[in-house]
Design a protein around this ligand. Structure first.
Ligand code: ATP
Ligand code: MG
Length: 614
């Protein structure tokens, strides 16, 4: 069976061609990175120098900060980096960019690793073949490079390229200037190398208060690029780090750390989102200087930017998603409404669907918003060919076939069959019963049908005094029935619908279609239906482009409703994560939480393409 996702074949997963492929292909053709060595586990200046030639043609990386769960935007970045590495006989590193001790936690490290694994890229992290006892995979931590980063900082000081600044944060901000105004040199800028080195060591040794000083690169306070106006390299922060504990009270700034991480891991193509375009000159400045000093290999990695993924009605900011979790607006990071990979997974999204979506969203230099509908379309397109079908009644009302016993025999249950998947003959048939009592959708009955209503209604007289006959409807895969009436309670609530069986109309028997029907309806038999809780999810944000206003005001207050439903008997044994197309209703997945407790819990992943009855 071919799903649309693999039609193009794994080789061309990042097709059609994009600007990044041109860059890589050009580097491969000209041998830019041919002479690289690979010494194994990085972390030291000399670690690659003794290594053999790097077996990987390219090295890419996905460098999340472990300060939250990954979201759909990260999926794009993971997909892009891992697929390109695969395509060009390379390796992709999973690197935890854990240079900020205050926000990072082991829980997030584990969740991120899980998400990458789930997306199917675990084997690309591993050395192939994995040697017993060898470093089994390309998972790295930026914090393992703190020693090197510190030495790199001292090197810059010794080369006259960095200084310890003790202006107050306000002074620094004021003296940095802005787009129209050049910055002003700090009075500490002309310190001697010896003075800077001594002061930096005092910073490291805990002799200065948090925030009392920073180490800055000495570049150009008048640069039109504000990022080159002596950017900060190190700050003092007494915080316990999830990996290095209390070893350090100074921590490298992201802009300083990130290029070094890339260089130590011999990354060839460092791909990031467009916000970092203005940082590229500093990325190159820093690595050029460190290469001149012999601290890193040449040629050093290069940074390339692409447009970040924005999806309508979706927030892609770990900070804002964390707010939703911490304030209890959702049921955790894996709430099925969350755009986290953990949430999308519980919602029923498959790795194939997400990869197809990433592929369709393209890799470009200019941003924009992708419609949420295309995320759902990718899910349907991957599930439609493979998901078993089932009938489910989400808003059940009982229908009694009043002549059943007389025609079929008292208590008789007839066998019905239906294809498991109409696109896949090999998937076989599903079996269920029909009897005197069945569950139908409440909305499938009307006393007086509105225009175009082609489901159940009894005989009635219309506004012009015309007698209209009762509707005949096929119970899908079962028999044809004719509606005779309904019972309501004192408040008018529908309690029960009645109908009669039209003889000799069982689906699949000769002459079954001789009687003309208004339409088909889905149903399950009271005798063998399984009670289930079905969660119907809508978009978490009502706002199309959330994130610009007050976060909570943008939430969709009706993003979750639950229903006490009945489903086909075979679904009683469906395992956690199993996906189905509920006929008429869309794609549903067995929740991975709470299942196995005897309860049957289904989450709606996406609705059907077309609405029913049109
Ligand atoms: P967040 O604001 O959610 O924390 P981030 O970019 O700060 O996002 P990181 O953990 O630093 O989060 O991201 C890891 C990688 O994922 C980076 O290379 C980043 O460019 C990429 N990334 C994050 N969000 C998106 C997105 N919406 N589209 C594409 N790539 C993204
Ligand atoms: Mg970040």
């Amino acid at each position: 069976m071919t799903s649309p996702a693999d039609k193009d074949g794994a080789k061309n997963a990042v097709a059609p061609s994009n600007f990044l492929r041109h860059v890589i292909e050009n580097d491969l053709a000209t041998g830019t990175y041919q002479g690289r060595l690979w010494g194994g586990s990085p972390g030291d200046a000399q670690h690659h120098a003794q290594g053999p030639a790097d077996p990987a043609k390219v090295r890419m990386r996905f460098p999340p900060e472990p300060n939250g769960y990954l979201h759909i935007g990260h999926a794009k970045s993971i997909w892009l980096n891992f697929e390109m590495a695969k395509e060009y006989d390379g390796v992709c590193h999973l690197r935890f960019d854990d240079t900020n001790p205050e926000k990072e936690e082991q829980e997030y490290v584990d969740a991120i690793r899980d998400a990458v694994k789930w997306l199917g890229y675990d084997s690309l992290l591993a050395d192939d073949p994995v040697q017993p006892g060898a470093v089994a995979d390309h998972v790295y931590f930026a914090s393992n490079y703190f020693d090197f980063m510190y030495r790199a900082a001292e090197y810059l000081i010794e080369a006259g390229l960095a200084y310890v600044d003790e202006q107050t944060p306000d002074e620094m901000r004021a003296n940095r200037g802005d787009f129209g105004k050049p910055g002003i040199d700090s009075p500490f800028r002309s310190r001697t190398v010896a003075e800077n080195l001594a002061r930096f060591r005092e910073m490291r040794d805990g002799q200065l208060e948090d925030g009392a000083a920073i180490l800055r690169a000495k570049i150009d306070m008048a640069s039109p690029n504000i990022n080159l106006r002596d950017p900060a390299l190190y700050r003092i922060r007494r915080a316990t780090h999830h990996n290095t504990g209390d070893k350090w009270c100074i921590y490298p700034m992201y802009t300083f750390a990130h290029p070094i991480e890339d260089a130590l891991e011999q990354i060839t193509h460092s791909i990031c989102t467009l916000e970092f375009e203005d940082q590229r000159p500093f990325y190159d400045w820093l690595l050029d200087r460190l290469a001149e000093g012999g601290l890193i290999a040449s040629p050093h990695p290069r940074q390339y930017e692409f447009a970040r993924l924005n999806v309508t009605h979706v927030i892609t900011s770990k900070r804002k998603l964390r707010q939703l979790v911490e304030e209890g607006h959702v049921d955790g990071w894996d709430d099925p409404r969350m755009p986290t990979l953990a949430g999308l997974r519980r919602r029923g999204y498959t790795p194939e669907a997400l990869k197809l979506f990433c592929e369709r969203s393209g890799v470009t230099k200019s941003g924009g918003w992708i419609d949420y509908a295309s995320l759902e379309a990718a899910l349907r397109d991957t599930l439609d060919p493979i998901a078993p079908r089932a009938m489910a009644v989400l808003d059940p009302v009982k229908l009694v076939i009043t002549n059943w016993d007389a025609l079929m025999g008292e208590g008789f249950l007839d066998d019905c069959t239906a294809p498991t998947n109409p696109h896949d003959a090999e998937a076989g048939l599903r079996h269920f019963k029909i009897g005197r009592e069945i569950w139908i959708e409440r909305t499938d009955y009307e006393d007086i049908p509105p225009k175009g209503f082609n489901r159940l209604f009894p005989a009635y007289t219309n506004a012009s005094g015309q007698a209209i006959a009762a509707s005949k409807v096929r119970l899908k895969y079962g028999h044809t029935i004719e509606c005779t009436g309904a019972t309501r309670d004192a408040d008018g609530k529908l309690l029960e619908v009645q109908a009669t069986l039209v003889p000799d109309t069982k689906s699949g028997t000769p002459g079954a279609d001789a009687v003309k029907v208004k339409g088909n309806i889905t149903w399950v038999a009271v005798a063998d239906a399984v009670a289930a809780e079905v969660r119907l999810y809508e978009r978490l944000f009502a706002a199309a482009n959330p994130g610009s206003g007050e976060l909570l005001d943008e939430l969709n207050k009706n993003s979750l409703s639950t229903s006490a439903a009945y489903v086909e008997p075979a679904l009683a044994t469906a395992g956690a994560g199993a996906a189905f197309q509920f006929e008429r209703h869309g794609y549903f997945v067995v929740d991975t939480k709470g299942s196995g407790t005897g309860q049957h819990l289904f989450n709606r992943a996406a609705g059907m393409r077309d609405s029913w009855g049109k």
